[in-house]
Design a protein around this ligand. Structure first.
Ligand SMILES: C[S@@+](CC[C@H](N)C(=O)[O-])C[C@H]1O[C@@H](n2cnc3c(N)ncnc32)[C@H](O)[C@@H]1O
Length: 270
């Protein structure tokens, strides 16, 4: 499967797990009904649907992404949802947005700024540039999880691998870690910055959608970890985390997992 098809599939299948969490986070932003916003790094447009719900039928969302294949897929999703009037898409680089200053009432980036290999501060500054004075700049991103109930040591070891700490890398400056985003907001001149985390849960019996979402998440969370684990841990990982295993952890009758999304938002000075 080409990379883009694989990512589209992962984004699509894992989305149901995070919908309640994204909705809660978006609702705390109190986006004014009828407002116009930018979804930066919009992927296949799934967060844009929730943003459109938040601003109502008189509002408008522009989804921007670098990848034309994701945007084509996003347009199909939005058309099927009957929201083509309310949500439009544009290709572009978040570091050099194709919009004049003060275009939007607000901007949100989900699972992108702070996650990309790109330096976050120039991106936050660029997002702030296109938002009107008094408007808000927000970044929301996956920040932690407990997915292997009963196996804290294995999960801690998986999380200590390079995939486990990605997109952060060993030796990277601490200031570039997502949880230091308040510093990026301060340096970008944003005011009244707020940080808040939101938790999501999943427990047995899992619906088919959540089961598929968690399988996709296992694949995305710890790829290529074998070389960084002991043989024993790798064997336990395979026993617990591969769907074909008779001991696949998602089939445990007491399965429980939770994860967090963290949101940072601040205001463009008046
Ligand atoms: C992890 S995905 C998140 C997608 C979407 N926000 C979501 O939550 O479903 C990150 C997205 O950022 C996009 N992206 C990466 N670099 C970008 C850039 N420089 N400018 C715009 N989009 C970019 C990718 O194409 C991808 O769609």
């Amino acid at each position: 499967m080409p990379d883009t098809d694989y990512y589209i599939e992962m984004m699509r299948v894992s989305h149901p797990l995070r919908v309640p969490v994204l909705r809660s986070a978006i609702s705390t932003l109190q986006l004014p009904s009828g407002s116009r916003g930018l979804d930066a790094g919009c992927g296949i447009g799934l967060p844009a649907l929730l943003l459109a719900e938040a601003v109502g039928p008189t509002g408008h969302i522009t989804g921007l992404d670098l990848c034309p294949e994701f945007l084509d897929y996003a347009k199909e999703i939005v058309e099927k949802a009957g929201l083509s009037e309310q949500i439009s898409f544009q290709q572009g680089h978040v570091g050099k947005l194709p919009f004049p200053n003060d275009t939007f009432d607000w901007v949100l980036s989900v699972d992108f700024v702070g996650y990309a290999p790109l330096e976050p501060l120039p991106l936050v500054k660029e997002l702030a540039r296109v938002v009107k004075p008094g408007g808000s700049v927000a970044i929301l991103a996956w920040s932690s999880e407990k997915l292997l109930p009963g196996y804290p040591l294995l999960e801690a070891r998986l999380n200590a691998t390079s995939s486990g700490i990605a997109p952060f890398t060993k030796g990277k400056s601490p200031e570039l870690h997502l949880l230091r985003a308040l510093g990026w907001f301060r340096e970008a001149g944003l005011e009244e910055s707020v940080a808040r985390s939101f938790a999501g849960d999943a427990y047995a019996p899992l619906s088919d959608d959540l089961r598929s979402a968690l399988i996709a998440l296992f694949q995305m969370r710890w790829p290529g970890v074998e070389s960084e684990l002991t043989h024993k841990d790798w064997a336990v990982y395979q026993r617990l985390c591969l769907p074909e295993s008779p001991d696949f952890i998602l089939d445990h009758p007491d399965y429980y997992a939770f994860f967090t999304y963290s949101m940072f938002h601040g205001k463009v000075p008046q």
